[in-house]
Unconditional design. Structure first.
Length: 381
Protein backbone atom coordinates (compact mmCIF):
# COMPACT_ATOMS: atom_id res chain seq x y z
CA UNK A 1 0.00 0.00 0.00
CA UNK A 2 1.35 3.45 -0.88
CA UNK A 3 2.07 5.73 2.08
CA UNK A 4 -0.63 8.34 1.35
CA UNK A 5 -3.71 6.04 1.45
CA UNK A 6 -2.17 4.29 4.46
CA UNK A 7 -1.88 7.49 6.49
CA UNK A 8 -5.40 8.54 5.49
CA UNK A 9 -6.68 5.20 6.75
CA UNK A 10 -4.67 5.48 9.95
CA UNK A 11 -6.11 8.94 10.57
CA UNK A 12 -9.63 7.53 10.15
CA UNK A 13 -8.79 4.82 12.69
CA UNK A 14 -7.50 7.47 15.09
CA UNK A 15 -10.78 9.40 14.81
CA UNK A 16 -12.76 6.21 15.40
CA UNK A 17 -10.65 5.46 18.48
CA UNK A 18 -11.38 8.97 19.74
CA UNK A 19 -15.10 8.24 19.39
CA UNK A 20 -14.79 4.90 21.21
CA UNK A 21 -12.81 6.36 24.11
CA UNK A 22 -15.28 9.23 24.41
CA UNK A 23 -18.11 6.71 24.70
CA UNK A 24 -16.21 4.90 27.45
CA UNK A 25 -15.37 7.95 29.61
CA UNK A 26 -18.09 10.52 28.90
CA UNK A 27 -20.79 8.78 31.00
CA UNK A 28 -18.68 9.35 34.13
CA UNK A 29 -19.75 12.98 34.07
CA UNK A 30 -23.41 11.98 33.53
CA UNK A 31 -23.73 9.75 36.61
CA UNK A 32 -25.30 12.39 38.91
CA UNK A 33 -28.13 13.03 36.43
CA UNK A 34 -28.60 9.30 35.83
CA UNK A 35 -28.78 8.69 39.59
CA UNK A 36 -31.55 11.27 39.83
CA UNK A 37 -33.41 10.02 36.77
CA UNK A 38 -33.61 6.40 37.96
CA UNK A 39 -33.37 6.93 41.74
CA UNK A 40 -30.25 4.76 42.13
CA UNK A 41 -27.31 5.27 44.46
CA UNK A 42 -23.73 6.09 43.50
CA UNK A 43 -22.48 2.52 43.69
CA UNK A 44 -25.29 1.26 41.46
CA UNK A 45 -24.80 4.02 38.89
CA UNK A 46 -21.08 3.26 38.89
CA UNK A 47 -21.87 -0.11 37.29
CA UNK A 48 -22.20 1.77 34.00
CA UNK A 49 -18.44 2.36 34.16
CA UNK A 50 -16.99 -0.58 36.12
CA UNK A 51 -19.07 -3.21 34.32
CA UNK A 52 -18.02 -1.75 30.96
CA UNK A 53 -14.31 -2.12 31.78
CA UNK A 54 -14.85 -5.62 33.15
CA UNK A 55 -16.60 -6.74 29.98
CA UNK A 56 -13.74 -5.45 27.86
CA UNK A 57 -11.22 -7.33 29.99
CA UNK A 58 -12.95 -10.72 29.84
CA UNK A 59 -14.36 -10.68 26.30
CA UNK A 60 -11.58 -9.19 24.12
CA UNK A 61 -9.73 -12.45 23.53
CA UNK A 62 -12.72 -14.81 23.01
CA UNK A 63 -14.57 -12.36 20.72
CA UNK A 64 -11.46 -11.81 18.62
CA UNK A 65 -10.98 -15.56 18.22
CA UNK A 66 -14.64 -16.16 17.37
CA UNK A 67 -14.56 -13.56 14.58
CA UNK A 68 -11.29 -14.67 12.99
CA UNK A 69 -13.02 -15.70 9.73
CA UNK A 70 -14.75 -12.33 9.24
CA UNK A 71 -13.19 -9.82 6.84
CA UNK A 72 -11.51 -7.01 8.78
CA UNK A 73 -13.18 -3.95 7.28
CA UNK A 74 -16.78 -5.24 7.58
CA UNK A 75 -16.00 -6.38 11.13
CA UNK A 76 -14.70 -2.93 12.07
CA UNK A 77 -17.79 -1.31 10.55
CA UNK A 78 -20.06 -3.67 12.51
CA UNK A 79 -18.39 -2.75 15.80
CA UNK A 80 -18.84 0.95 15.05
CA UNK A 81 -22.48 0.29 14.14
CA UNK A 82 -23.03 -1.51 17.45
CA UNK A 83 -21.36 1.37 19.29
CA UNK A 84 -23.75 3.78 17.63
CA UNK A 85 -26.84 1.63 18.24
CA UNK A 86 -25.98 1.02 21.90
CA UNK A 87 -25.74 4.74 22.61
CA UNK A 88 -28.95 5.54 20.76
CA UNK A 89 -30.62 2.77 22.76
CA UNK A 90 -29.20 4.22 25.98
CA UNK A 91 -30.66 7.61 25.12
CA UNK A 92 -34.21 6.21 25.19
CA UNK A 93 -33.78 3.77 28.11
CA UNK A 94 -36.91 3.63 30.21
CA UNK A 95 -35.24 1.99 33.20
CA UNK A 96 -31.79 1.66 34.71
CA UNK A 97 -31.74 -2.01 33.75
CA UNK A 98 -32.24 -1.11 30.09
CA UNK A 99 -29.47 1.48 30.34
CA UNK A 100 -27.15 -1.18 31.76
CA UNK A 101 -28.09 -3.49 28.88
CA UNK A 102 -27.27 -0.77 26.35
CA UNK A 103 -23.88 -0.16 27.99
CA UNK A 104 -23.25 -3.92 28.02
CA UNK A 105 -23.74 -4.01 24.28
CA UNK A 106 -21.34 -1.10 23.90
CA UNK A 107 -18.76 -2.79 26.13
CA UNK A 108 -18.79 -5.92 23.97
CA UNK A 109 -18.29 -3.79 20.86
CA UNK A 110 -15.42 -2.00 22.58
CA UNK A 111 -13.73 -5.30 23.42
CA UNK A 112 -13.62 -6.37 19.78
CA UNK A 113 -13.14 -2.90 18.28
CA UNK A 114 -9.75 -2.22 19.84
CA UNK A 115 -8.36 -5.64 18.93
CA UNK A 116 -9.40 -5.11 15.31
CA UNK A 117 -8.06 -1.54 15.23
CA UNK A 118 -4.61 -2.56 16.47
CA UNK A 119 -4.39 -5.31 13.87
CA UNK A 120 -5.73 -3.01 11.16
CA UNK A 121 -3.14 -0.34 11.93
CA UNK A 122 -0.34 -2.93 11.77
CA UNK A 123 -1.61 -4.26 8.42
CA UNK A 124 -1.91 -0.91 6.62
CA UNK A 125 1.18 0.75 8.13
CA UNK A 126 3.83 1.75 5.57
CA UNK A 127 6.79 -0.61 5.59
CA UNK A 128 9.11 0.00 8.52
CA UNK A 129 6.70 2.40 10.26
CA UNK A 130 4.52 0.11 12.34
CA UNK A 131 5.34 1.85 15.60
CA UNK A 132 4.65 5.28 14.19
CA UNK A 133 1.35 4.07 12.72
CA UNK A 134 0.20 2.58 16.01
CA UNK A 135 1.22 5.77 17.81
CA UNK A 136 -0.91 7.83 15.41
CA UNK A 137 -3.94 5.67 16.16
CA UNK A 138 -3.16 5.96 19.89
CA UNK A 139 -3.46 9.76 19.70
CA UNK A 140 -7.21 9.17 19.38
CA UNK A 141 -7.04 7.68 22.88
CA UNK A 142 -5.26 10.71 24.32
CA UNK A 143 -7.62 13.19 22.68
CA UNK A 144 -10.60 11.13 23.84
CA UNK A 145 -9.28 11.21 27.40
CA UNK A 146 -8.62 14.97 27.16
CA UNK A 147 -12.00 15.88 25.68
CA UNK A 148 -14.29 12.94 26.42
CA UNK A 149 -15.01 13.47 30.10
CA UNK A 150 -15.25 17.28 30.10
CA UNK A 151 -17.22 17.24 26.83
CA UNK A 152 -19.65 14.63 28.14
CA UNK A 153 -20.10 16.58 31.37
CA UNK A 154 -20.65 19.86 29.52
CA UNK A 155 -23.12 18.28 27.09
CA UNK A 156 -24.98 16.68 29.97
CA UNK A 157 -25.37 20.05 31.66
CA UNK A 158 -26.40 21.72 28.41
CA UNK A 159 -28.75 19.22 26.76
CA UNK A 160 -29.25 16.46 29.35
CA UNK A 161 -27.84 12.95 29.65
CA UNK A 162 -30.24 11.39 27.12
CA UNK A 163 -29.29 13.76 24.32
CA UNK A 164 -25.63 13.30 25.24
CA UNK A 165 -25.89 9.54 24.66
CA UNK A 166 -27.72 10.25 21.40
CA UNK A 167 -24.95 12.66 20.35
CA UNK A 168 -22.32 10.00 21.06
CA UNK A 169 -24.28 7.52 18.96
CA UNK A 170 -24.36 9.97 16.06
CA UNK A 171 -20.63 10.74 16.47
CA UNK A 172 -19.62 7.10 16.17
CA UNK A 173 -22.10 6.59 13.33
CA UNK A 174 -20.28 9.34 11.43
CA UNK A 175 -16.98 7.60 12.21
CA UNK A 176 -18.45 4.50 10.60
CA UNK A 177 -19.34 6.45 7.45
CA UNK A 178 -15.80 7.82 7.27
CA UNK A 179 -14.35 4.33 7.72
CA UNK A 180 -16.63 2.90 5.04
CA UNK A 181 -15.57 5.59 2.59
CA UNK A 182 -11.88 6.16 3.33
CA UNK A 183 -10.48 3.09 5.06
CA UNK A 184 -8.67 0.71 2.72
CA UNK A 185 -9.66 -2.96 3.00
CA UNK A 186 -7.05 -5.42 4.27
CA UNK A 187 -6.54 -9.13 3.86
CA UNK A 188 -5.93 -11.43 6.79
CA UNK A 189 -5.10 -15.09 7.32
CA UNK A 190 -8.11 -16.71 8.99
CA UNK A 191 -6.07 -19.90 9.61
CA UNK A 192 -3.46 -17.89 11.51
CA UNK A 193 -6.35 -16.57 13.58
CA UNK A 194 -6.67 -20.01 15.15
CA UNK A 195 -3.61 -19.19 17.23
CA UNK A 196 -4.92 -18.37 20.66
CA UNK A 197 -1.59 -16.89 21.72
CA UNK A 198 0.43 -15.86 18.64
CA UNK A 199 4.02 -15.50 19.76
CA UNK A 200 3.50 -17.85 22.70
CA UNK A 201 4.82 -17.01 26.14
CA UNK A 202 6.68 -13.97 24.88
CA UNK A 203 3.42 -12.31 23.82
CA UNK A 204 1.76 -13.04 27.17
CA UNK A 205 4.80 -11.65 28.98
CA UNK A 206 4.79 -8.41 27.01
CA UNK A 207 1.02 -7.97 27.38
CA UNK A 208 1.48 -8.66 31.09
CA UNK A 209 4.15 -5.96 31.32
CA UNK A 210 1.72 -3.48 29.79
CA UNK A 211 -0.90 -4.60 32.31
CA UNK A 212 1.57 -4.07 35.18
CA UNK A 213 2.26 -0.52 33.98
CA UNK A 214 -1.48 0.20 33.89
CA UNK A 215 -1.96 -1.43 37.30
CA UNK A 216 0.81 0.63 38.91
CA UNK A 217 -0.21 3.86 37.23
CA UNK A 218 -3.94 3.60 37.99
CA UNK A 219 -3.22 2.72 41.62
CA UNK A 220 -2.61 6.46 41.97
CA UNK A 221 -4.10 8.06 38.84
CA UNK A 222 -7.60 6.84 39.70
CA UNK A 223 -7.43 9.18 42.70
CA UNK A 224 -5.53 12.07 41.12
CA UNK A 225 -8.52 14.44 41.42
CA UNK A 226 -9.08 14.04 45.18
CA UNK A 227 -5.30 14.08 45.70
CA UNK A 228 -4.99 17.46 44.00
CA UNK A 229 -7.99 18.84 45.86
CA UNK A 230 -6.51 17.66 49.17
CA UNK A 231 -3.27 19.41 48.22
CA UNK A 232 -5.17 22.68 47.92
CA UNK A 233 -6.16 22.90 44.25
CA UNK A 234 -9.36 24.98 43.95
CA UNK A 235 -12.20 22.82 42.63
CA UNK A 236 -12.82 25.33 39.83
CA UNK A 237 -9.34 24.55 38.46
CA UNK A 238 -9.70 20.77 38.49
CA UNK A 239 -11.15 20.37 34.98
CA UNK A 240 -8.41 22.58 33.52
CA UNK A 241 -5.77 20.50 35.32
CA UNK A 242 -7.20 17.24 33.98
CA UNK A 243 -7.24 18.62 30.44
CA UNK A 244 -3.62 19.71 30.86
CA UNK A 245 -2.67 16.21 31.96
CA UNK A 246 -4.41 14.76 28.91
CA UNK A 247 -2.47 17.15 26.69
CA UNK A 248 0.72 16.00 28.40
CA UNK A 249 -0.11 12.42 27.41
CA UNK A 250 -0.64 13.52 23.81
CA UNK A 251 2.73 15.30 23.82
CA UNK A 252 4.37 12.16 25.23
CA UNK A 253 3.05 10.07 22.34
CA UNK A 254 4.21 12.57 19.75
CA UNK A 255 7.71 12.74 21.27
CA UNK A 256 8.18 8.97 21.36
CA UNK A 257 6.35 7.98 18.15
CA UNK A 258 9.12 8.79 15.63
CA UNK A 259 11.56 6.53 17.50
CA UNK A 260 9.45 3.44 18.17
CA UNK A 261 10.32 1.64 14.95
CA UNK A 262 14.07 2.10 15.38
CA UNK A 263 14.15 1.05 19.05
CA UNK A 264 11.07 -1.09 19.77
CA UNK A 265 12.53 -2.79 22.85
CA UNK A 266 14.39 0.21 24.30
CA UNK A 267 11.17 2.02 25.16
CA UNK A 268 10.00 -0.99 27.20
CA UNK A 269 12.80 0.12 29.53
CA UNK A 270 12.79 3.90 29.07
CA UNK A 271 9.03 4.43 29.53
CA UNK A 272 8.51 2.41 32.73
CA UNK A 273 11.78 3.71 34.21
CA UNK A 274 10.56 7.28 33.69
CA UNK A 275 7.18 6.41 35.20
CA UNK A 276 8.79 4.87 38.28
CA UNK A 277 10.95 7.93 38.90
CA UNK A 278 8.10 10.41 38.43
CA UNK A 279 5.52 8.43 40.41
CA UNK A 280 7.95 8.17 43.33
CA UNK A 281 8.54 11.92 42.98
CA UNK A 282 4.80 12.51 43.39
CA UNK A 283 4.96 10.82 46.77
CA UNK A 284 7.78 13.19 47.72
CA UNK A 285 6.10 16.32 46.32
CA UNK A 286 2.71 15.72 47.97
CA UNK A 287 1.10 17.79 49.47
CA UNK A 288 2.96 20.86 48.11
CA UNK A 289 0.56 21.95 45.36
CA UNK A 290 2.74 23.54 42.69
CA UNK A 291 5.55 20.95 42.78
CA UNK A 292 2.83 18.31 42.73
CA UNK A 293 1.15 19.79 39.66
CA UNK A 294 4.45 19.96 37.79
CA UNK A 295 5.41 16.37 38.59
CA UNK A 296 1.92 15.04 37.78
CA UNK A 297 2.03 16.83 34.40
CA UNK A 298 5.36 15.15 33.59
CA UNK A 299 4.09 11.81 34.94
CA UNK A 300 0.97 11.79 32.76
CA UNK A 301 3.13 12.79 29.81
CA UNK A 302 5.39 9.80 30.45
CA UNK A 303 2.37 7.50 30.56
CA UNK A 304 1.08 8.71 27.17
CA UNK A 305 3.29 6.38 25.07
CA UNK A 306 2.75 3.26 27.23
CA UNK A 307 0.09 1.80 24.93
CA UNK A 308 2.05 2.54 21.77
CA UNK A 309 5.26 1.12 23.23
CA UNK A 310 3.85 -2.28 24.13
CA UNK A 311 1.44 -2.54 21.17
CA UNK A 312 4.35 -1.88 18.81
CA UNK A 313 6.30 -4.81 20.26
CA UNK A 314 3.25 -7.07 20.50
CA UNK A 315 2.22 -6.79 16.86
CA UNK A 316 5.78 -7.72 15.90
CA UNK A 317 5.79 -10.76 18.19
CA UNK A 318 2.28 -11.79 17.09
CA UNK A 319 2.67 -10.64 13.48
CA UNK A 320 0.75 -13.63 12.09
CA UNK A 321 -2.34 -12.60 14.07
CA UNK A 322 -2.03 -8.94 15.19
CA UNK A 323 -5.72 -8.77 16.14
CA UNK A 324 -5.25 -11.44 18.80
CA UNK A 325 -2.12 -9.65 19.98
CA UNK A 326 -4.26 -6.53 20.30
CA UNK A 327 -6.94 -8.47 22.16
CA UNK A 328 -4.44 -9.66 24.77
CA UNK A 329 -3.09 -6.20 25.50
CA UNK A 330 -6.63 -4.80 25.54
CA UNK A 331 -7.61 -7.38 28.16
CA UNK A 332 -4.48 -6.94 30.28
CA UNK A 333 -4.66 -3.15 30.30
CA UNK A 334 -8.32 -3.11 31.30
CA UNK A 335 -7.56 -5.58 34.08
CA UNK A 336 -4.80 -3.24 35.18
CA UNK A 337 -7.15 -0.25 35.20
CA UNK A 338 -9.80 -2.03 37.25
CA UNK A 339 -7.39 -3.67 39.68
CA UNK A 340 -5.38 -0.47 40.02
CA UNK A 341 -8.46 1.46 41.05
CA UNK A 342 -9.40 -1.18 43.63
CA UNK A 343 -5.87 -1.48 45.03
CA UNK A 344 -5.39 2.28 45.14
CA UNK A 345 -8.67 2.71 46.97
CA UNK A 346 -7.58 0.36 49.73
CA UNK A 347 -4.19 2.06 50.06
CA UNK A 348 -5.61 5.57 50.07
CA UNK A 349 -8.15 4.64 52.74
CA UNK A 350 -5.59 2.81 54.87
CA UNK A 351 -2.52 4.97 54.30
CA UNK A 352 -2.19 7.97 52.00
CA UNK A 353 -1.86 9.17 48.41
CA UNK A 354 1.91 9.03 48.86
CA UNK A 355 1.61 5.37 49.83
CA UNK A 356 -0.49 4.63 46.72
CA UNK A 357 2.10 6.39 44.60
CA UNK A 358 5.02 4.42 46.05
CA UNK A 359 3.29 1.05 45.85
CA UNK A 360 2.19 1.80 42.29
CA UNK A 361 5.74 2.80 41.40
CA UNK A 362 6.94 -0.50 42.86
CA UNK A 363 4.54 -2.41 40.61
CA UNK A 364 5.80 -0.58 37.52
CA UNK A 365 9.36 -1.29 38.70
CA UNK A 366 8.55 -5.01 38.45
CA UNK A 367 7.66 -4.52 34.77
CA UNK A 368 10.91 -2.62 34.32
CA UNK A 369 12.98 -5.34 36.01
CA UNK A 370 11.41 -8.11 33.92
CA UNK A 371 12.18 -6.16 30.73
CA UNK A 372 15.79 -5.51 31.77
CA UNK A 373 16.60 -9.03 32.93
CA UNK A 374 14.58 -10.66 30.16
CA UNK A 375 16.02 -8.50 27.41
CA UNK A 376 17.39 -11.41 25.35
CA UNK A 377 14.01 -13.23 25.32
CA UNK A 378 11.89 -10.13 24.72
CA UNK A 379 13.92 -8.20 22.15
CA UNK A 380 12.35 -7.98 18.68
CA UNK A 381 13.55 -6.32 15.50
Amino acid sequence: MSPKPAWVGLTVLSIAVFGAITIEVAPIGLLPDIMTAFSVDKATAGLLVSMYAGLVAVSSVPLTRLTRHVARKPLLLVTLGIFSASNLWASVAGSFEVLVAARTLGGLAHALFFAVVIGYAARIAPEGQTGRAIALVATGTSIGIVLGLPAGTALGELIGWRFTFASLGILVGLCGVMAMTLLPPVSHDAEAGKQFVPGGGRLITIAGLAGLCFLGYYTLYTYVSPMLLDAGLPKAWLSAALVAFGIAGFIGIRVVAPHLDNRPFAFMVIVPATLVALQASIAIAYPALWPLLIVVFLWTGAFGPVNSTYQNVLVRVGKDNPEMAGAWINAMCNLGIGAGGALGGMIVMGASYAGAGLIGAGIIAIALAIAVFGRRALTVS
